[in-house]
Design a protein around this ligand. Structure first.
Ligand SMILES: [Fe+2]
Length: 445
């Protein structure tokens, strides 16, 4: 066997894995026992699935597919293998008729944890002769898969009734802020944007991040701040949800079928708009970014006679500079930290737009990373030269169906390990549950 070409820091990987497990435990501990099998979002699996899915994915990907070692519970490793993303509720697969008990699921998780930690400590986890393991591919696949699901779980639990959740002992008061900043736009000059990344350029990326793609982007004007609840309220009050001409056909069908009349995170109580936070209903914070589906964001942009940015325009606004060279992050090449934006589990809900001047891009555009993902108008598709990743071949390929749109940036509950220029997220345009905001652009005349 060849020597392992990439030397991985086993201690660091094990502590990352433990950190992930601890965060997952804290999330699942916030669910009351009677709600454990509930399904707060009808288009996703019940909560209990995810408690088994994270350890099952680690065993299936690293231990079995990667190292070729046996698992320890074939039935549960299959049951918890994959999540779902059906078109509508009628297409929701019939899940298990009976899920294992919470105790059995936790025992499964603990056994999986031992197996994975043992592999991280001793196995040839970066075997260059094995495409699943080479460069630490399977290990990183597992380590980044966990925090992605922590975010999924957060927005799923967001929909759970308050009396079915256990509040954290210490809960900081929401940073409501005052009036939103005055709405401004800024011109982004024409130039090139680099999407994706070349193989070997970063320690790990998901398959859809490769290879590198250089795109010419024309000049455009972009909102300095994300669209706020205050801005969006004008659209609601102006009858935006009743005006079919503002909506794409499919978006209008969704709006009509579900009688959508306002953002999912808003609730109307005795004539007053409230924000449904993770832990409390509070008066609608006007300075927070509005969280909406891509369909709603597009309708708003059309009402403003503007449009959503493309993925390339997002890159240009976030990472481009007037001088030419591109940056790793909007603020420069320094790693993400708490001064740059609202991310990495800094809170459960948003903060006022423009709260992080130190995170602004070279053009002065704010909050491009953090405080909610940013919707784009770009259909999720592979870059030319795409190849499915050996450690998780279905990861992206199953979603190149023309029915998902790219989101960029980060939300308050996106782990800092996932914050990099090439990272891409995607959802159906009518999926309203995610922590996603938007801003609008106009082609420069
Ligand atoms: Fe998953």
């Amino acid at each position: 066997m060849m020597e392992t070409a990439v030397s991985l820091d086993r201690t660091a990987l094990a502590s990352w894995f433990r950190r992930n497990r601890e965060r997952a435990d804290a999330i699942f501990d916030s669910v009351r026992p009677e709600a454990w099998e509930s399904r707060p979002i009808p288009l996703r699996n019940p909560i209990c699935f995810y408690e088994g899915h994270l350890p099952a994915f680690a065993v299936n990907t690293l231990v079995k597919r990667g190292l070729g070692r046996p698992g320890f519970d074939e039935k549960l490793e299959v049951l918890f293998e994959r999540g779902i993303d059906p078109e509508d509720e009628a297409a929701v697969p019939k899940g298990a008729s009976a899920w294992p008990s919470r105790i059995a699921t936790r025992a499964f998780g603990a056994a999986a944890e031992r197996l994975v930690l043992d592999a991280l400590a001793q196995a040839d986890i970066a075997d260059e002769d094995n495409p699943v393991l080479a460069g630490g591919l399977a290990v990183h696949t597992v380590l980044e898969h966990d925090p992605m699901h922590h975010e999924t779980l957060a927005y799923i639990l967001h929909r759970l009734a308050y009396d079915q959740k256990i509040r954290p002992a210490v809960l900081p008061a929401p940073r409501v802020g005052g009036e939103p900043p005055v709405r401004r736009t800024v011109r982004v000059a024409a130039g090139r944007a680099t999407l994706g990344v070349a193989p070997g350029e970063i320690p790990f990326g998901w398959d859809n991040e490769f290879p590198r793609l250089s795109v010419d982007v024309g000049a455009f004007d972009i909102d300095v701040d994300s669209v706020t609840n205050r801005d969006y309220l004008e659209f609601v009050n102006a009858g935006g949800y009743e005006d079919e001409s503002l909506w794409d056909g499919e978006a209008w069908s969704w709006r009509s079928a579900h009688e959508v009349r306002h953002p999912l995170f808003w609730e109307l109580h005795r004539g007053a708009w409230l924000w449904r936070g993770m832990w409390d209903l509070i008066p609608l914070p006007t300075a927070w970014p509005v969280y909406v589906s891509q369909a709603e964001a597009s309708a708003y942009a059309r009402w403003k006679k503007r449009r959503l940015p493309t993925e390339a325009e997002y890159h240009r606004a976030a990472f481009g500079t007037p001088e030419g060279p591109e940056r790793a992050h909007p603020w420069g090449d320094a790693p993400p930290d708490s001064t740059r934006g609202h991310f990495d589990f800094a809170g459960s809900d948003p903060v006022p737009v423009g709260s992080f001047p130190a995170g602004s891009s070279a053009w002065g555009v704010r909050d491009l990373v953090g405080n909610g993902w940013e919707w784009t108008s770009t259909v999720f598709a592979p870059f030319p030269g795409f190849q499915p990743m050996p450690s998780y071949a279905q990861y992206s390929a199953d979603f190149f169906d023309g029915k998902h749109y790219v989101m960029k940036g980060a939300s308050p509950v996106t782990a800092k390990e996932l914050i990099r220029r090439s990272f891409r997220n995607w959802f159906r345009p009518t999926y309203p549950y995610v922590y996603a905001k938007f801003r609008t652009v106009e082609t420069a005349s």
